[in-house]
Design a protein around this ligand. Sequence first.
Ligand code: AP5
Ligand code: MG
Length: 210
Amino acid sequence: MKLIFLGSPGAGKGTIAAKGVEICKVPHISTGALFRSAITAMSPLGCQVKALIEAGRLVDDETAIFLVKERLAQEDTQSGYILDGFPRTIFQAEALAQFSAVDKVVNFDIPDAVVLERLSGRRVCRKCGANFHIIFNKPKQEQHCDVCGGELFIRKDDQEEAIRERLEVYREQTIPLIEYYRKQGLLVDIDAQGSVDSVVASFKQALGMQ
Ligand code: AP5
Ligand code: MG
């Protein structure tokens, strides 16, 4: 199953994708996580994208497309994947169509007020990238990841100003993808406001797995 996860910042794409890996038995590919790893490693890619990401702006299309094209050429993605955070522009969607045919596009729908609440309490594992929340998804130990024990940190783009910029960029550049994929008959909408369990249940239902 080749899936795209669409949705605003904080909609829960990464959280549900982590569950989707078990449900669908496919790898989770998050372009945001790939860029953050490059920043941590201080690689040339990381140095190129650091300021943009921290300010909440998009990386240029060519760089994002190159990264995903390389990742989708790897063996483990041949029977399926969950693409989280790509495509984010019509240009990226048209490029993706040249090298991979997706089966479904899952659109996670939440209002902006919920976005702020979710992102301001998010904590991310520096080692494995797992997402937690100080109220909704508390780690067992305050500053350590339940999955691998790594240190938890606050993403620089989870500061209020960067969140507002990300929402603006989402409205301008990514929302048009909803109609783009709806017209192709690929889109399924999910109400992403409920608990993680209820969103997972809607996800399974959307895939005809329940
Ligand atoms: P990216 O990492 O993709 O960020 P994003 O799209 O802004 O989405 P988030 O990761 O913030 O939110 P999410 O939907 O994954 O929510 P999560 O599950 O964590 O991209 C970062 C940056 O990289 C971009 O701004 C851009 O600069 C660059 N970039 C990436 N891809 C690019 C591309 N293709 N082109 C150009 N640039 C690109 O959940 C959020 C919080 O809520 C967590 O704390 C979680 O525990 C909690 N939570 C989740 N679900 C629930 C629930 N149901 N109930 C209660 N709490 C919940
Ligand atoms: Mg994410």
